[in-house]
Design a protein around this ligand. Structure first.
Ligand code: NAD
Ligand code: UD1
Length: 339
């Protein structure tokens, strides 16, 4: 199949590109590089020995996107192209609603106009909301109340996609709710390359380990959890990428909307992650405790049984793999993709 990856130069998109290419599919990447660079695609080509058709374009640009759809016979779209910094979304909600929702609408319009029927979407566990659902989260739970505009864009886009699939019986929509993706390709050639101060835990730990930051601040030590720090369901990005391959195959064989959690089903605390990183890599990660971060929940993790049963997908990488592969990427690319 030929699969269009909107936002395919980014962290999850580049790893998914490797998984799809290795499975024999072709990929077409569209990215405006607002949070990535073309180097990641070069490295995907180097890792797989295959070539990738890529366009530098804004996915909101309908005229340009139509040209791309018309020039390539697309079988399935995977939509990664989104802004994802939670704190920034509180400061710049209009930017987030415009970018995330417009990209989705533009893709749906282009698909309708060129006869493409399969859509896989990067959603997030954030749609389960702040208090209405108790973990482990199951796909059958109602979406909850999000604590920030980023989360609301995901929740709204899920609704838009579900409505589109109700109206168009030809359409197949797979909503993938990611838990906490970390790690990198075991080669250390592609990985997560956040711009500025990392918002997320693992990239921050990696930058402390490589000496770019002095110490980690752990947000809160008084949560109602065994060690007082928050618990999350961390998943290796290679397992996540493999989930997309199975989602694409599911999409082309089914119609309507299906939702899948992509997580391991096992939560770890912030302290456990710090200790695992230290032990896996033989390196110290200085940290201090700070106040809680607004909007954080004490603990959540996936019920991962639906993806296992329906897609036949299971995670294979351990927490140690996640820590080793993160460090392998970071130490070989201390400034990310920039030379
Ligand atoms: P990322 O920022 O590395 O990748 C997103 C890519 O989209 C970037 O390459 C960026 O340049 C591109 N992009 C953004 N807006 C665009 C536009 N208008 N036109 C063209 N390209 C555009 O992020 P990621 O971690 O790879 O996440 C991919 C998707 O998964 C996002 O939608 C994100 O919200 C979602 N997600 C990520 C996580 C996570 O922890 N990384 C968790 C849940 C959901
Ligand atoms: C966050 C977002 C979520 C988004 C996901 C992936 C919030 C509230 N949620 O999830 O919507 O889908 O990222 O982008 O922002 N931590 C520290 N110190 C740090 C960084 C993080 O202690 O410097 C802690 C956090 O408090 C949290 C855990 O580490 O308990 C994981 O944080 P993070 O990696 O940001 O992921 P989430 O908050 O789960």
């Amino acid at each position: 199949m030929k699969i269009l990856l909107a936002g395919g130069a980014g962290y999850i998109g580049s790893h998914t590109a490797v998984a799809l290419l290795e499975a024999g599919h072709e990929v077409v990447v569209v990215d405006n590089y607002c949070n990535s660079c073309a180097e990641s695609i070069k490295r995907v080509e180097e890792l797989t020995g295959k070539s990738v058709v890529s366009y530098e374009a804004d996915v909101k640009d309908k005229a340009k996107m139509l040209e791309i759809f018309q020039a390539n016979s697309i079988d399935c779209v995977i939509h990664f192209a989104g802004l994802k910094a939670v704190g920034e979304s509180v400061q710049k909600p209009i930017l987030y609603y415009r970018n995330n929702i417009d990209t989705t609408l533009t893709l749906l319009e282009c698909m309708a106009e060129t006869g493409v029927h399969n859509f896989v979407f990067s959603s997030s566990a954030t749609v389960y909301g702040d208090s209405s659902n108790n973990p482990p989260y199951e796909e059958s739970m109602e979406r909850g109340k999000c604590s920030n505009p980023y989360g609301w864009t995901k929740s709204m886009m899920e609704q838009i996609l579900q409505d589109a699939a109700v109206a168009n019986k030809e359409l197949s929509v797979v909503l993938l709710r990611y838990f906490n993706p970390i790690g990198a390709h075991p080669s250390g050639r592609i990985g997560e390359d956040p711009q500025g101060i990392p918002n997320n835990l693992m990239p921050y730990i990696a930058q402390v380990a490589v000496g770019r930051r002095d110490k980690l601040t752990i947000f809160g030590d008084d949560y109602p959890t065994p060690d007082g720090t928050c618990r999350r369901d961390y998943i290796h990005v290679m397992d996540l990428a493999a989930g997309h391959l199975q989602a694409v195959e599911f999409a082309v064989q089914n119609k309507g909307t299906e939702i899948f959690n992509l997580g391991t089903g096992t939560p770890y605390s912030v302290l456990e992650i710090v200790r695992a990183f230290e032990n896996s890599n033989g390196i110290k990660v200085p940290f201090e405790f700070g106040p809680r971060r607004a909007g954080d929940l004490p603990a959540f993790w996936a019920d991962a049984s639906k993806a296992r049963e329906v897609l036949g997908w299971r995670t294979t990488y351990t927490l140690e793999d996640m820590c080793k592969d993160t460090w392998n990427w970071q130490k070989n690319n201390p400034q990310g993709y920039r030379k």
